[in-house]
Design a protein around this ligand. Structure first.
Ligand SMILES: [Zn+2]
Length: 238
């Protein structure tokens, strides 16, 4: 179903949710759109597979704790300026872990790739409807969640995630929101099977704002069971 919703300040937001494609596109909102990206200098390395010694590990001996491996890819623009640096990605993961702590779910950054998308015949700002599958397929791994920071989109969509089921899987998030743990943490909610919830305090609200960090115990249960059933290879154990 497609819905047009009117946001305050008369900003129109397009929320598209398709049960048929299991592609969840999340809309722009006025509060987040004030966030300005700080561009980073070109990276020295294009690909960094993080050695265990540099990992901020989320592995725990607590049998109830879920620790999930993450791969973050950052596109470089035509001047080879990367949307994210490794430190930005690590900070993003810390922010998302603060949100997901309530579910006893955490993420660890295991690989970070900064890449010129044209090397893979991809556009810096891929069309989220027609090209996001190509982007996910280019970077998907069998044992990590995937987050790809892409160039800006001119429409109302800020991020899109393939729901559990048919792949390739992964989150695409546009540049202005790539550092935002509420936005990307929301997308990881979709990754873990959560749908939108019309509650403006909830992480899965279609309108991501400064207070949308809450997750209910029911959502936690669903996310955790999705991880066990759909993503066992993503879970890290002592
Ligand atoms: Zn969403």
């Amino acid at each position: 179903m497609n819905r047009f919703l009117q946001f305050k300040k008369t900003k129109k937001i397009l929320i598209i949710f398709s049960l048929f494609t299991f592609l969840n596109a999340c809309g722009r909102n006025a509060q987040n759109s004030s966030i300005n990206p700080i561009l980073s200098p070109p990276p020295n390395n294009t690909s960094i597979l993080l050695p265990p010694s540099t990992l901020e590990s989320c592995v725990s001996n607590d049998p109830n704790h879920q620790c999930i491996g993450l791969k973050i890819v950052s596109f470089q623009d035509s001047s080879r300026v990367s949307i994210l640096q490794k430190a930005d990605a690590q900070e993003l993961v810390r922010g998302m872990n603060a949100i997901w702590k309530t579910c006893d779910v955490a993420f660890q950054l295991e690989s970070f790739l900064s890449i010129d998308p044209t090397e893979k015949n991809l556009n810096y700002s891929p069309n989220w409807k027609t090209e996001s599958g190509q982007v996910r397929a280019a970077f998907e791994e069998k044992d990590t969640f995937l987050i790809v920071s892409v160039g800006p989109w001119t429409n109302s969509t800020i991020a899109v995630t393939q729901m559990p089921g048919n792949g390739p899987h992964g989150v695409l998030v546009e540049k202005d929101y790539a550092r935002n743990p509420l936005t990307v943490g929301h997308e990881l909610g979709h990754y873990q099977g959560l749908l939108h919830l019309r509650d403006n305090t909830n992480l899965m609200s279609p309108y991501i704002g400064p207070n949308t960090a809450h997750l209910s115990q029911a959502q936690c249960s669903l996310a955790r069971s999705t991880n066990f059933s759909n993503w066992p290879q993503m879970l890290r154990h002592p």
